[in-house]
Design a protein around this ligand. Structure first.
Ligand code: ARG
Length: 591
């Protein structure tokens, strides 16, 4: 489906032409004076110069050539000095447009030429606990994945684990200290390693920070961790077996955590998977002159003419021979091209990694690791701050673990839900979980991703204002009206075709606001901006609530009008539910 403005423009263009003016002046925009009209056309002002006429004369001319019988899309219309053409959309046309979107199998979301898109999000580091810094990547990435699918792309979500760095060497070293008799540390051991892991997730989480802290002050220990990392990377059997166990436990734990967020990945690949490509890739880069030595390191120059700030060379091998984050990311691009031949790769990380991705993307493009047409996009998001404006911390001042944060929100939500008493006692906890997730995700997604935002449990869990619970509350209210209608009129089968032209300004506003669903979803994907879809659901919720307060819906006496209201509510509910699904959460039955 095209935008509503497209149809308005088309019809108005006919009038411009009939009056002897070029059709291109019939440009339509949403009114910036919604109190006066819904749409406006400033084309008469623009045409005045070309036709040597007063703008108001042109506007009146156009209207004179636009008799009522020619107006199917455009409704009430007037020419206003000095030359504006102000108009509304015909209420019946607006109803038909919304009904057509509701009957469309994609609910009015314009479909793209299908492309393969890899989305790299989540990005947790194995054995280190998931912390709030990883929350945004998971939440934003999940929404973008769903949006990409909704516009028709084949989207592959990859968690891209950090599973190959020094943290693994640190863990192995620390385990060697604590449990030296395990066969993993015996270089002469050639038997089977035990099935059972010799540690738990809780132990890993305690061991990693301990090891990392010790390495900062104990040079000898740090050196041992480095050499353990190296031995692991070289394939030492015992370390590799231990690493497998660490991975097994960590991935199980990570999956459970992401499940709580309703975030899922198609691929659980990581940095370790692409190490195999690095030697050949480096040889290729060197042999073709893309990479060169610089003070012992191997670098790819990525500065370009017209850069407004310095873009340093992309280092792919340090002087001690070690590969780096950029090396792994280049090898990952290589693997993705090989396995999936994607049209686009999208990365979602903290915006502090912007320079890294600029360098990696340029190096990949320059050296032909990707095709010219392959799109590479990085969405860098801002920091989640506490109420003090500083990066979010626990009360003790540490980095907050994700599961505690979720538990905090759920507890606050449960308290509020119990106070409201609309939910049965035994359902309160489950409802709190559903609404809590919406509070958390909407609190994040409703901000423009690139900006920092303040994590405010009180605000996010409020039933009023631009919050997840407010959105869900509105949907639940619509659902309850619809089920009451179904109970009172079991014989009635209402369809989108029952929608009539709006009878009030509030109803019209709801029709027009809801109608924007499809295009908003498509633009949210194009611009990697889920906050636009949040804006859509918020405006639709507001429009519905105004309509609801002004209108007797179930007690409307005219049966056709009542059916029309029910048709409208059914469509609004479907669109809002689809929108929140694309944002990554859902509504409960009651709240
Ligand atoms: N593990 C990284 C971190 O915690 C994020 C990985 C992002 N993805 C990537 N391909 N570099 O910062």
């Amino acid at each position: 489906m095209e935008k509503l403005t497209y149809y308005l423009e088309n019809e108005l263009a006919g009038a411009f032409e009939a009056a002897g003016y070029a059709a291109e002046y019939a440009r339509v925009t949403v009114s910036n004076r919604p109190d006066l009209c819904e749409y406006q056309c400033n084309g008469a002002m623009a045409a005045a110069k070309a036709y040597h006429k007063a703008p108001i004369a042109i506007a009146k001319d156009v209207l004179a050539h636009f008799p009522e019988e020619d107006r199917k899309v455009v409704g009430r219309i007037e020419a206003v000095p000095p030359g504006f053409i102000n108009f509304d959309v015909d209420p019946w046309y607006a109803a038909a447009y919304l009904a057509a979107a509701a009957e469309d199998e994609d609910l009015g979301i314009p479909q793209k030429e299908p492309e393969t898109v890899v989305i790299d999000y989540g990005g947790p580091n194995v054995a280190k606990p998931l912390h709030v810094g990883h929350l945004r990547s998971a939440v934003i990435g999940e929404s973008i994945k769903r949006l990409g699918r909704a516009v028709g792309h084949n989207v592959i979500g990859d968690v891209h684990l950090g599973d190959w760095g020094l943290q693994m060497g640190l863990l192995i070293t620390e385990m060697g200290e604590r449990m030296p008799s395990l066969p993993y540390f015996d270089e002469n051991f050639d038997g089977e390693y035990p099935e059972e892991a010799p540690f738990t997730i809780a132990m890993l989480e305690e061991m990693y920070p301990a090891a990392s802290a010790r390495a900062k002050t104990d040079e000898e220990y740090h050196a041992r961790a480095l050499s353990a990392t190296h031995a692991l990377q070289e394939g030492r059997r015992g370390y590799r077996a231990l690493w497998d166990k660490i991975m097994e436990l960590s991935i199980r734990d990570l999956k459970a955590n992401y499940e709580k967020l309703d975030v899922t990945f198609d691929l659980w690949k990581g940095e370790s998977d692409v190490q195999q490509y690095i030697p050949d890739m480096i040889a290729y880069l060197v042999e073709n002159g893309y990479a060169h030595e610089d003070q012992g390191a191997l670098v790819v120059d990525v500065a370009e003419e017209g850069d407004t700030k310095e873009i340093p060379p992309c280092i792919i091998r340090k002087s001690d021979g070690a590969s780096l984050y950029a090396t792994t990311d280049l090898a990952t691009i290589l693997e993705r091209v090989k396995l999936f031949d994607p049209d686009e790769m999208i990365y979602i990380t903290d915006k502090r990694q912007e320079m890294h991705f600029t360098q990696v993307f340029r190096a990949a493009r320059k050296s032909g690791l990707v095709y010219d047409g392959t799109k590479l996009r990085h969405l860098g998001f801002g920091t989640m701050n506490g109420k003090d404006g500083k990066p979010f911390k626990t009360r003790q001042g540490g980095v907050m673990r994700l599961e505690y944060l979720i538990a905090d929100i759920d507890a606050e939500m449960e308290k509020k839900i119990r106070e409201n008493r609309n939910v049965r006692e035994e359902d309160a906890a489950e409802t709190a979980r559903i609404v809590g997730l919406a509070a958390l995700k909407y609190g994040d997604l409703s901000n423009q991703a690139t900006k920092d935002y303040v994590f405010d449990v009180d605000k996010f869990t409020s039933f009023e204002g631009n919050t997840g619970p407010y959105i869900l509350y509105t949907i639940v209210r619509i659902k309850s009206i619809l089920s009451r209608f179904a109970e009172e009129h079991p014989e009635e089968n209402v369809t989108p075709d029952d929608l009539m032209g709006a009878a009030s300004a509030a109803e019209k506003k709801l029709v027009l606001t809801a109608s924007q669903f499809g295009w908003t979803a498509a633009e949210a994907f194009d611009t990697l901006a889920p906050h636009r879809l949040c804006q859509y659901v918020y405006e639709t919720a507001n429009a519905f609530n105004t309509f609801y307060h002004e209108t007797k819906i179930l007690s409307e006496e005219d049966p056709a009008r009542r059916r029309s209201y029910i048709a409208l509510l059914t469509i609004v509910r479907r669109m809002m539910e689809r929108a929140i699904d694309l944002l990554g959460f859902s509504a409960p039955e009651h709240m």
